[in-house]
Design a protein around this ligand. Structure first.
Ligand SMILES: [Zn+2]
Length: 194
């Protein structure tokens, strides 16, 4: 259902008008609501910190009555530009949860690759190649996607199990697995309970 009466038009929101009126009057509620919508999208696209910073700045400006309609228009135009770029660079990451994973790289059962994944609140995954000595970050998007896709296809749970069994550390929290049962599960009792 289209509501032509009240829906704010693109033109009314982005009008930068030179007129004295826009420059001297405070931003309208419609403009502020629209900015909030844009900032929410920005946060959802993985820029939560930036969105919060901007929100704080604009809020302070508005509270001290220093946020004019012209400034709101400019802010909207800039935000829309940023969002355009963010939407393009948004990557669809294969759904793999935070944890430690392993998979066999060839038919040789000893040819196993180990990984550590931490998925941030915004859905962005951090990935390391795991060795008992060190964790080496994987930063390239295609490499990261390929590894996460493989874990997803093989089954994250199965890959966690293999990690715990091979490394002897809990695939969720990384603590040493001393008892044979935990080792068989690839996970400590506390993490299993969760
Ligand atoms: Zn654990």
């Amino acid at each position: 259902v289209h509501d032509h009466e009240t829906a704010p038009t693109e033109a009314s929101m982005t009008r930068t008008g030179n007129s004295e009126y826009y420059a001297t009057h405070q931003a309208t509620q419609k403009q502020i609501d629209f900015i909030e919508t844009l900032l929410t999208e920005m946060a959802n696209l993985g820029r939560k910190d930036d969105a919060l910073d901007l929100f704080e700045t604009l809020k302070n400006q508005a509270e001290s009555n220093e946020f004019t309609m012209t400034q709101a228009s400019i802010a909207i135009t800039e935000l829309k530009e940023k969002l355009k770029k963010l939407r393009v660079t948004k990557v669809e990451w294969p759904a793999v949860p935070t944890g430690r994973f392993a998979y066999q790289k060839s038919d040789d059962p000893d040819d196993v690759a180990f990984f550590h994944v931490v998925v941030k609140d915004n859905g962005f995954p951090l990935l390391w190649i795991y060795t008992p000595m060190e964790e080496i970050p994987v930063r390239g998007v295609p490499q990261k996607k390929a590894i996460l896709q493989k874990i997803k296809d093989l089954g994250p749970f199965e890959c966690e199990l293999l990690f715990g069994q091979k490394i002897g550390k809990c695939s969720r929290c990384g603590t040493e697995l001393t008892n044979p049962k935990s080792r068989a599960y690839g996970m400590g009792p506390d993490c299993r309970a969760k």
